[in-house]
Design a protein around this ligand. Structure first.
Ligand SMILES: [Zn+2]
Length: 111
């Protein structure tokens, strides 16, 4: 396994969107600063301000890993047991809901 340090750096950002945090799995706030890896295998990965503030990166990573493993186990347990509507049922319901919304719209316009 690669044991080289993965270095996150502070850079200016557009402050328009929240960004996913690679460390905790959460999201950053909209900010004019982003903390991301600038080169190499992990280029573009980001760490949020909450993780930076806590400085407990390894503990946060362990919690995130545990959460992903729990989620993976749940997903694995669903294999072979999931029932969903057919696409035709989906389309029929979509049309039904659209017709009903249109009917309500027309009814509201005529009041
Ligand atoms: Zn984070």
């Amino acid at each position: 396994m690669d044991r080289k340090k993965v270095v996150f750096e502070l850079v200016e950002d557009n402050a328009i969107v929240r960004r996913p945090c690679f460390i905790c799995g959460g999201y950053s706030e909209k900010s004019q600063i982003v903390c991301e890896v600038r080169e190499g295998l992990h280029k573009g990965k980001m760490v949020c301000e909450f993780c930076v503030q806590s400085q407990e990166i390894d503990d946060i990573l362990k919690g995130h890993i545990e959460s992903l493993e729990t989620r993976a186990a749940i997903l694995r347990s669903l294999i072979g047991r999931v029932e969903v509507p057919t696409w035709e049922q989906w389309e029929d319901k979509f049309c039904e809901v659209e017709r009903e919304a249109e009917r309500r719209y027309v009814e509201a316009q005529n009041k």
